[in-house]
Write a protein that binds this ligand. Structure first.
Ligand SMILES: Nc1ncnc2c1ncn2[C@@H]1O[C@H](COP(=O)(O)OP(=O)(O)O)[C@@H](O)[C@H]1O
Ligand SMILES: [Mg+2]
Length: 307
């Protein structure tokens, strides 16, 4: 079986003082072994909520997974007790967050933190732990002399490298990288992205790369799912999506990329009125082999009675 993870009909709500937020609405998603799958969409589309659902880390309250299956090699993570999920996190699935300090402990040295991840999942002697931590630091391009330093002694890009070292330490089958370079300086972004791409090949893991940046998808991913309103509106190989985007929202995303030699045109994004996927269940049509699009495309197409 080549399939690693499949999400079926995932819905997640947040219960807030202002009412219920339908963050994810009947989302379907699949990733194969060795694949890098881009999950792209604007802020608020439900990307992080989807990632946290896979990790079984939705804060409850206010969050609640109201439906769905999350199948990791056929096993439904929704039904796995926390005592077992705890072993899956870090060992089978690792997550890299946008802000490295989400994952780093300010009062532990980076060496201790890498060692901790390893010792949580593997029986390794103290000496070997230290060796393995040094090896992981070197893998992400950090000199071994820095192993006893604390996170605050590192720059943002270097901190994210430490997080990547921790994520890879137990050789997981899947890495979920949630906007891993967004918080970094532009010059550092490219380096960290290149490192992630490199290590992904070397360790032969699958990766879900969450981003709002189609440029990042083009450089890194094999397949891409476009997320809007808590569901997937278009799914294709990167080649097909970039050559023949089908969904008006995907086209709007492309036209919202500022072009260096043109006036920035961002209005396009606003001109698309999509159905409310917490009320409408989309129907997926395969517009060319492996290229799926959610219908109805826009509200107008459905008529005004869905308002
Ligand atoms: N802890 C939370 N409490 C209440 N609402 C939340 C919480 N986390 C996310 N949301 C809401 O859920 C929706 C989806 O958010 P999120 O998954 O973070 O999207 P993305 O990662 O695509 O920007 C947004 O409307 C967001 O405001
Ligand atoms: Mg997010």
């Amino acid at each position: 079986m080549n399939e690693l993870l499949e999400i079926k009909n995932l819905s997640v709500e947040y219960h807030t003082d202002a009412g219920v937020v339908h963050a994810v609405n009947g989302l379907n998603f699949k990733i194969d072994k060795h694949e890098t799958h881009g999950l792209v969409g604007e802020t608020g589309a439900g990307k992080t909520t989807t990632a946290l659902s896979i990790m079984q880390l939705i804060p409850d309250p206010p969050g609640e997974i109201t439906s769905g299956e999350i199948l990791l090699e056929g096993k439904d993570l929704m039904k796995v007790p926390e005592s077992e999920m705890y072993k899956i996190r870090g060992n089978k699935i690792s997550m890299i967050f946008q802000d490295p300090m989400t994952s780093l402990n300010p009062v532990m040295t980076v060496g201790q933190q890498i060692e901790e991840v390893i010792s949580l999942h593997q029986e390794v002697s103290k000496d070997d732990l230290r060796k393995k931590a040094i090896e992981m630091l070197e893998v992400v391009g950090i000199r071994k002399e820095r192993i006893d330093d604390y996170p605050h002694q590192f720059s943002g890009g270097m901190k994210q490298r430490v997080v990547i070292a921790m994520a890879l330490a137990c050789n997981p089958s899947l890495i979920i990288a949630d906007e891993p370079t967004t918080a970094l300086d532009v010059t550092i972004q490219a380096q960290v992205l290149a490192l992630i791409k490199d290590l992904k090949e070397k360790y032969d893991t699958s990766m879900i790369l969450i981003t709002h940046d189609l440029g990042v998808v083009a450089e890194t991913c094999d397949k891409v799912s476009v997320c809007y309103g808590g569901t997937i509106v278009e799914h294709a190989s990167v080649k097909d999506l970039f050559e023949t985007p089908y969904h008006p929202y995907t086209k709007a995303l492309f036209s919202a990329i500022p072009k260096i030699d043109e006036d920035v045109e961002r209005l396009e994004t606003l001109s698309v009125t999509l159905p409310d996927f917490s009320k409408i269940k989309p129907e997926y049509r395969e517009v060319s082999p492996g290229h799926f699009v959610a219908f109805p495309l826009t509200l107008e197409e459905e008529g005004d009675d869905h308002e």
